[in-house]
Design a protein around this ligand. Structure first.
Ligand SMILES: *Cc1c(COP(=O)(O)O)cnc(C)c1O
Length: 392
């Protein structure tokens, strides 16, 4: 619940309501109770702000077993992905100009790779299997002597499939190739340990985890890579990697968000898994409903289904009491059905008629029940209109 709306919000993978505990921490900076300074200032007002930033960095670092000094603040996971992929590749370009990534990555990674192609890099775009998984063997086969970077997301934002980050990290380390992971969806839902999983660059944000929009981090394993080529230029803040006055209220908010994840992960994962499974149990027996993604290797918060025998647009219209995402063309900026579902071998029609339910901290069983009722009614009604008979 928490959100006051006539619709049931099941789109936490798009963004999530800010936890009141996080908001309180942010408000303390916004109304100057805790301070208001520029962390770069040498006087005591600035020092106080710098201390708050340092505490927040420690909170983020703890979630992923990094050091506070390895946190680079950004405006969100998009910027972190850009800085990681472009910055690391450019920084290492004397060693080689080949990058390996996956067709189902977030556009922030894919478009960064496309940009690098215009600058002389070659990009190998791997296709996942029909469940969305990419094996480390497939990645191994794509590595070349001139490969400098592998970028594979932890959990996919559309279908929730979880990649074997540890195995890929090990492989990259053996070949001395840098490894970037976009963990915007998995923070607080799956264990992340940059040292154990051998992740060199990690992207996170706050707003997918009940924190504020507009803040994220790039985590750098500084034992492996001390610098990346910056994408912004200015007053030298953050070792020049990402200059600009630090937004202390945002940073404090992200620290508080990550702290809640660290402290509450086990209970939250249990709660979200139960809700997700409750949704699936309620709709799985409908004729023509198929789950997209891997049945086991998937995030506790995301359920993505396609429905045969109904039209995507009608389905979305019939579900207007639910705030859910769909793989339809009009849900995307480029006007095409989900490229993620297309990569799994789904047809345009199946991608169009797909719905992503994503639950979060404030979702309730009553909301899941209502969503099931709406979905079942919509699908049964639309299939009853359809001349095509659906196999069960
Ligand atoms: C939401 C998301 C992003 C973009 O994050 P912003 O903070 O909104 O820029 C990147 N990658 C993944 C996997 C995401 O889910």
């Amino acid at each position: 619940m928490l959100v006051t709306a006539e619709v049931i919000y099941l789109d936490y993978a798009a963004t999530s309501p800010v936890d009141p505990r996080v908001r309180e921490q942010m408000n303390r900076w916004l109304d100057n109770r805790d301070g208001f300074g520029n962390p770069s200032s040498a006087h005591s007002v600035g020092t106080r702000a710098a201390d708050a930033v340092e505490r927040a960095a420690a909170e983020v670092a703890e979630l992923v077993n990094a050091k506070p000094s390895e946190i680079v603040w950004t405006s969100g996971a998009t910027e972190s992905d850009n800085l990681a992929v472009i910055g690391a590749a450019q920084f290492r370009r004397i060693r080689g100009q080949h990058i390996v990534t996956v067709a189902t990555e977030h556009k922030a990674v894919l478009e960064s790779c496309a940009f690098l192609e215009t600058r002389g890099f070659e990009v190998t775009l791997l296709q996942p299997d029909e469940s969305g998984l990419v094996s480390s063997g497939k990645i191994a086969a794509a590595l070349r002597p001139d490969t400098v970077l592998v970028s594979v997301m932890h959990a996919n934002n559309e279908i929730g499939v979880v990649q074997d980050i540890g195995a890929i990290g090990k492989l990259c380390r053996q070949h001395d190739v840098l490894f970037h992971v976009d963990a915007a969806q998995s923070a607080g839902k799956l264990p992340i340990d940059i040292r154990a999983q051998q992740i060199d660059l990690l992207s996170l944000n706050a707003h997918k985890a009940c924190g504020p929009q507009g803040i994220g981090v790039l985590v750098l394993d500084t034992d492996r890579i001390r610098r990346v080529e910056p994408r912004m230029f200015g007053g030298g803040q953050q070792r020049g990697l990402r200059p600009g006055t630090l937004p202390v209220h945002q940073i404090v908010g992200m620290g508080a968000t990550m702290k809640l994840l660290t402290d509450g992960m086990d209970a939250e994962v249990r709660q979200l898994t139960a809700l997700r499974d409750h949704l699936w149990a309620g709709i799985r027996d409908l004729p023509g409903v198929v789950m997209n993604g891997h049945p086991d290797h998937r995030l506790c918060s995301i359920l993505n289904v396609s429905v045969d025998g109904v039209e995507g647009e009608s389905l979305r219209f019939a579900l207007s009491d639910l705030a859910v995402a769909s793989g339809s063309a009009c849900n995307s900026l480029n006007g095409e059905p989900s490229y993620v579902l297309r990569s799994l071998g789904r047809t345009d029609r199946q991608a169009e008629a797909s719905i992503r339910f994503s639950v979060g901290r404030f979702s309730t069983e009553a909301e899941a029940d209502q969503a099931v009722r709406s979905f079942v009614a919509a699908v049964e009604f639309l299939q009853s209109l359809s001349p095509v008979r659906i196999a069960g």
